[in-house]
Ligand binder design. Sequence first.
Ligand SMILES: [Cu+2]
Length: 650
Amino acid sequence: MKIKQIITIFILICPILIAAQSTIQKKENQYYTIKEVPIPKDIILEVGGLAFDDKGTLGVTTRRGDLWTIKNPSSTKPEFTRFASGLHEPLGLAYRDGAYYLSQRAELTKIQDQSGDGRADIYETIYSWPLNGNYHEYSYGPEFLPDGNMLVTLNLGWIGRGESGSKWRGWLLQITPEGEMTPIATGLRSPAGFGLNAKGDVFYTENQGDWVGSGRMTHLEKGDFAGNPEGLKWSQEPGSPVKIKFEEIVDTMGYTLYEYSKKKEGIKPPSVWFPHTLMGISTSDILVVNNDKFGPFEGQLLVADQGHSKIMRVFQEKINGVYQGVCFPFREGFASGILRMEWGPDNSIFVGQTNRGWASTGKASYALERLVYNGRAPFEMKTIKATKEGFDIEFTEPVNRATAADPASYKISDFTYKYHHVYGSPVTDLQIRTVYKVSLSQDGKTAKLFVEGLRAGYINEVKAEGIKNTSGKKLLHNFGYYTLNEIPGGGGTHDPAAHVGHDAIVPAVNLISDKRVTEMPSSWFNGPDVTLTLTTAAGMKYVEKELSVKAGQKVKFVLNNPDDMMHNVAIVKPGKVAVVADLANNLGLQGQEKGYIPESDDLLFHSNLLVPGSSDIFYFVAPSEPGGYEYVCTFPAHSTTMRGILKVVK
Ligand SMILES: [Cu+2]
């Protein structure tokens, strides 16, 4: 079956039913409440790192270079003290035995207050690394290992692509308190979040970008290569445990990272993919649920998303020695972009946020909030586990047997992403998997799904829309994404070694619609009355904030996309920009194929979905009714910043 047919069928039988944002936030709030930590007006708390000391005082590093301490951070009147300042964008913080440890751009630093006046007086460099000055050379950490050593990660620079412009950029490094450094793993691009799971294994989160099809989480062990080749520039340096050489990674333009890993030793595919725009757009911190006071999810991981201002929940298992697992939505609606999460002494989670230069759904430029469990467990899919036959879904409470035993209550489709030098990847090779049988456990809490044609190396969208609990209530969140690296006991229909690669590079989306007329109407004898040009810019913006035409004018509209991300433009009726953007967000897995253009009478005209470095031209007659018609990029999460006004005047 052709992919187009499959998608058509998919659209017909599996409409995505994601509730409007505010509705889901209201529901989530019944179980987990977001509370503000008030910040004094004169403090710009763009949070880079969070750590509690042994007295319950919260340390906060900021991107502006301060280290604040906050006494009684859960109270209505927390007490802020500037503990240290003049630091170079510290994007992490840890506390150990009376000292703070933090990564500045070029070093790991230990900071202490020896005089006891509440302000730092000793700044000690533990280990430093070179810096070439690129704005994107972020440094994160440290995270302490149980043995007292520390981990830091070094972001790639950005020059229109990721660049390891100085030694160890793109690496995970281990550093002893005495300042001895051991490189551990590379292939990292934008490793803003990393840490240990409940078993003590190291994971890091990655953002979509070049060589990275979508957000993801990867288990890192010594010698691993996680996918972006830039860091391999240093793999032959003394001390490197990584064997792969830079020139050995070639752009196949078709393989997935999983398939490539089966052909070449040392490549580590992710344990969990976070499908772009469906589960977030820029993963950040990882936090283990290390207690049973936070609901029924002890031992699972929470993963934050900076761009979508939300937290996701992850359950992982190890099959054949390989980590894999599922991500679920958990809580959205935070005030700004989440970079850090830290457990407070009261088992609430402190959530540190910032969005300067990195747009986010939450509009505040920075925030510190707490996520508090209300003591009432939500009805959720608690875990999804892979089996030889399909998946076992465990619920947080017993389910209605009739709904849970019906295969029609579940929908599964699987897909993957390409591994190539291009920024991101379209959803690739999407197919529907049939659930042909379900058996329910005695206690009514686990449904065993029998699924045809499982494919190893694919991401499975598992939806359970039909499920109710014994009192008739529906799931709080009814979908998750399971990354199937290994099928227990073998099986499956997909042989990666025999695979010859997927279709070429980026989809040539060519939207055919009466709202995108790409040839000048033959009746326009004298050509268009006016040509409007709109240009995209970095940071999810248009260069032109306002365009103007006369009512009824014949318009030639040019959209140029010199940016490194995909963008489009939709011109909408006055006041309808949020409605249209929401509809686009809710297109789900079919979004990209539709160019993120939803069907709506509020949407008047639109462009194609443009890949980086391309343009589009379309023609329309300006509305006869004067007014402020907004234009917006409907690519998920772009619409908050990427918009402007088309003024139609008399
Ligand atoms: Cu855009």
